[in-house]
Design a protein around this ligand. Structure first.
Ligand code: ADP
Length: 544
């Protein structure tokens, strides 16, 4: 028997409709590459999104066609996002920080028809266009006066939508229709496209709005540091309008001073970013004796959050750090590390161990740990296994069938992460499956050693990779980037790690590097490190 409730399709245009109708005057603040701040509202972005839909229709864009953006966070980007999705097109976010060849590969694979780009990417667009014949037109996110000087025949976004009516009939399609496309950065093999549906994005927004997840509310002012080209910007592109939070979009500038100024000038209460951004912000604040007056909490994800960041935010600035785990294929949020009742009853010191874990599963999802043969492993907080997830916000396949069948017999997706799950249900990532250091048949967690090394006063960033070893197969070595003006020796680092990690986890070598290479989303680029270490030989023979 069917239920007798209204079968309203969960399409994301309803989210911005809701924001415009009930939070219409709530501000959206954007800052461009030159640092200029402009102000719009949900009603304003909604009207512009309708104009975008009409402009897209005028270009002959049909439902299912891919419309690419290559831009940082701003109100025009948001209008393009909803304008494309609302009329049934697929909004494809390109990451301008990737190499030209990667962007060209991705845009060709996606078959993008239009490119809406940040003016700051003009040079990149010039190089890209000859390589992507499917792109018919380029629109720069600016007014006519700011149109960049390029050889590309391009139009300014403001002119492109200017004559268009602010009315367009949105929706009318199935909630399972494609809505957005985002490629994983391809740390393994070619980039692969994750094709979000309206339904998956809508459900993800609701899931992340729980008090035990991102907990956004109408009273929040949200600084969205996570770039919109990175996995739906952790869903905030949907969840902030859904609750009518004020939205602050920082553009390209991610340095500590710029982020700090925006937080203070706009009264930001909540923000989300990868650890490297927070590290730059904290360093700026410490060097300049700054304080926060409005910031209450931040979500950190994308890579493991070092304890030092959580402590500094909490002890020095009274800001709560919440760690989240997810990936492009999981929309992205999967787990969030907020205390359950029994963890909340523990001492501050005991709670820290849980804050460092990646957290508890959001309702709607399932997770399990398996060994290499696919057998389930216990949730005892000790046994690491491959983390598998399932649910309506998890990818079922990649765009174009890339990578083949990606689900196991029970319909679970292999995250490529290795983790433990404890008796309280907290998941803890111990490594990427491909980054685990396999020494003498045992697994050494590179992430755990990195986190501990980063607790050393002199260390700005640390990376652990496995290098081939004749006896143990692989041994870990530690690369350290020191803070400006700081000094430390390899022996200092070894002494610091001694007692904090198992003896056989002790890195066989400590190398000091000017800079730890970071990938386009701010994560440590282990592929680049391994390439840089080609020909490297361990300094001595080890015994356990
Ligand atoms: P990729 O880096 O493969 O392009 P994503 O950008 O989607 O893909 O990153 C997802 C990966 O980032 C996860 O599989 C996990 O390894 C890592 N990750 C995300 N959040 C965390 C976290 N809080 N702690 C540790 N690792 C994380």
């Amino acid at each position: 028997m069917d239920g007798l409730m209204q079968n309203v399709p969960l399409t994301v245009d309803r989210i911005i409709d809701h924001a415009a109708a009930w939070h219409g005057a709530r501000e959206i603040v954007s800052r461009d590459a030159e640092g200029r701040v402009s102000r719009s509202t949900y009603a304003g972005v909604h009207a512009d999104a309708k104009r975008v839909s009409n402009a897209l229709a005028a270009e002959g864009i049909k439902p299912g066609d891919r419309v690419a953006t290559m831009a940082w966070n701003g109100a025009r980007h948001l209008a393009a996002w909803y304008g494309a999705a609302g009329m049934g097109a697929v909004l494809h976010t390109l990451n301008p920080r990737l190499f030209l060849e990667q962007i060209a590969y991705i845009a060709n694979h996606a078959g993008d028809r239009l490119l809406l780009a940040d003016p700051a990417t003009a040079e990149l667009v010039e190089q890209l266009l000859p390589q992507v014949p499917s792109i018919e037109k380029v629109i720069f996110f600016c007014g006519a006066a700011s149109l960049p000087q390029t050889s590309v025949a391009a139009i300014a976004f403001d002119d492109w939508i200017a004559g268009q009516p602010a009315e367009h009939a949105w929706g009318g399609f199935d909630e399972n229709a494609a809505c957005g496309l985002c490629y994983t950065s391809g740390t393994t093999g070619n980039p692969k496209g994750v094709l979000y549906s309206h339904r998956s994005n809508y459900i993800h927004a609701l899931m992340t709005l729980q008090r035990d997840a991102l907990a956004l509310s109408a009273r929040d002012t949200v600084l969205l540091v996570v770039p919109m080209y990175h996995a739906n910007a952790w869903g905030v592109v949907y969840s902030a309008p859904a609750v009518g939070a004020k939205l602050v979009l920082p553009g390209q500038r991610m340095d500590g001073e710029s982020i700090y100024n925006l937080i203070e000038e706009e009264g930001v209460t909540y923000s989300a970013a990868v650890p490297t951004v927070w590290q730059m912000l904290l360093q700026y604040m410490q060097e300049n004796g700054k304080r926060f007056t409005t910031l209450e909490r931040v979500t950190i994800g994308g890579s493991a959050c070092p304890e030092s960041i959580i402590r500094t935010f909490r002890d020095d600035y009274g800001v709560d750090v919440i760690q989240g785990w997810g990936m492009t294929e999981t929309s992205p949020l999967g787990t969030v590390s907020v205390p359950n009742a029994s963890v909340a009853a523990k001492s501050d010191a005991e709670q820290m161990a849980y804050k460092l874990k990646q957290g508890r599963l959001l309702c709607g999802l399932e997770m399990k740990l398996v060994d290499d043969a696919g057998n389930r492993l216990p949730h005892d907080g000790r046994t690491p296994g491959r983390l598998m997830v399932k649910g309506p916000t998890i990818a079922a396949a990649y765009f174009g069938g890339e990578g083949g069948d990606v689900l196991d017999a029970e319909g679970f997706f292999d995250t490529g992460d290795v983790s433990t799950i404890d008796g309280e249900g907290y998941m803890q990532i111990t490594d990427r499956a491909k980054d685990v250091v396999k020494s003498g048949g045992e697994w050494i967690s590179s992430i755990e050693i990195e986190n501990i090394a980063m607790g050393h006063d002199a260390v700005a960033n640390a990376a652990v990779v496995g290098v081939a070893h004749p006896k143990w197969d692989e041994r870990p070595i530690l690369l350290c980037q020191l803070k400006p003006g700081a000094s430390a020796s390899a022996d200092d680092l070894r002494a610091y790690l001694d007692g904090r990690i198992a003896k056989w986890w002790m890195p066989d070598d400590v190398l000091f590097v000017g800079e730890i290479p970071l990938g386009p989303t701010g994560k440590i680029d282990k592929k680049a490190i391994r390439a840089g270490l080609e020909g490297y030989k361990l300094p001595f023979e080890v015994t356990r």
